[in-house]
Ligand binder design. Structure first.
Ligand code: PGA
Length: 352
């Protein structure tokens, strides 16, 4: 995708053909240094050129301009009016070229460099796959992935420790962030395959509240979303166990220790006919989204921008994969999530 300039560039601009043919950027550089220093000697020192070379460059430039650039004022030389005009033009030209160099360096930077991604515990079921696919087209990019729970992710955002954060719910008012929704993240109730509730339709939430339940640890986003769902219905869960790992919870579910609510992504490897079954519970799935987040106003590195754009454009593929395995469990983007998830204005997909 090409970042199309916003101004109308369909009209040709006036080309300084004569100067293009007769002046060089090197001459302009020498001239700019002389005027800035007010001194030929210092200009030659700055540019590591001999004084005769500096004088020769300025003479050629004056010939190209068709006007003298310096005049004698007592024992000193001073720039002519034409030279002062030329000096202003030089500053603009070099400013534009310096900006161009930065942009080119940024584009090159996508090929090499580091992407520091910090993700909530459950995002480990989606982040490595995305990173793997991204790395295939960005071979020189070194990736570091920190996996921790929601509370620690928020702590790390506060001190701007990583390039991007992946979370199941963007931080609220406690933090000023930009959040971009990029994939569905339904939370489902899980039971062992041989549980009597498996196969039942529209199980009331109150039935689940009576079952022994395994909950994620404090600080977990899944825990918060689950507790909120039950308390909104005026119900209290019968918590049998608290575990800090999705994998441990799945094993505990299979071992008959209780039911649990986890992200559907945690079943990515076992699929829909593994030892863990998804129950049809009223009010579930809780339709959530995955977000990529960064502190508001943060200048993303080109690699981080490229990854953000990559994740956003991967949404239909991730959605389709989930829908194929679990038809009917993935809703269209919820309106609230749509409003929160924005496209990164500055993120432009670039080929490596
Ligand atoms: P968690 O967050 O892994 O910290 O529970 C995941 C989520 O919010 O979906």
């Amino acid at each position: 995708m090409i970042n199309v300039p916003t101004e109308d560039h369909s009209q040709p601009i006036a080309m300084p053909d004569y100067l293009i043919r007769h002046a060089t950027l090197r001459q302009l550089q020498v001239f700019e240094a002389i005027v800035r220093h007010g001194n030929f000697t210092r200009a030659s020192e700055e540019l590591f050129l001999s004084q005769p070379t500096v004088s020769a460059q300025v003479k050629k430039l004056a010939d190209a301009m068709g006007l003298p650039l310096f005049e004698q004022a007592g024992r000193r030389v001073k720039p002519t009016d034409a030279a002062l005009e030329l000096y202003e033009a030089c500053r603009k030209i070099f400013d534009t070229l310096a900006n161009l160099e930065i942009k080119i360096a940024e584009i090159k930077g996508i090929k090499r460099g580091r992407l520091r991604l910090c993700v909530v515990t459950t995002a480990k079921y989606i982040a490595p796959e995305l990173l793997g696919e991204f790395s295939q087209t960005h071979q020189g990019v070194e990736v570091s992935l920190k996996v921790t729970n929601r509370d620690s992710v928020i702590d790390r955002i506060q001190v701007n420790e990583d390039d991007l954060y992946m979370m199941g719910q963007a931080p609220g008012d406690e933090l000023q962030v930009e959040a971009y929704g990029f994939a569905p993240n339904p939370l489902v109730v899980m039971a062992p395959r041989d549980h009597p509730l498996v196969g039942r339709k529209k199980i009331p939430l109150s039935t689940i509240a009576q079952e022994p339940f395994i909950l994620r640890e404090p600080g977990s986003g899944i825990r918060d979303a689950t507790l909120r769902k039950f308390s909104e219905a005026g119900l209290q869960l019968h918590i049998r166990m608290v575990l800090g790992s999705n994998e441990a919870i799945k094993h505990a579910v299979v071992g008959g220790l209780g039911l649990s609510a986890l992200s559907l992504h945690t079943l990515a490897l076992e699929g829909s006919d593994g030892p863990v079954a998804v129950l049809d519970v009223e009010g579930f799935p809780i339709q959530r989204e995955w977000y990529l987040v960064h502190p508001k106003g943060k200048d993303l590195s080109p690699i981080a921008r490229a990854f953000l754009e990559y994740a956003i454009t991967s949404e239909p593929v991730i959605r389709e994969r989930l829908e194929r395995e679990w038809p009917g469990l993935i809703a269209a983007k919820p309106p609230a999530a749509k409003a929160k998830g924005r496209r990164p204005k500055s993120a432009v997909r670039r080929k490596a």
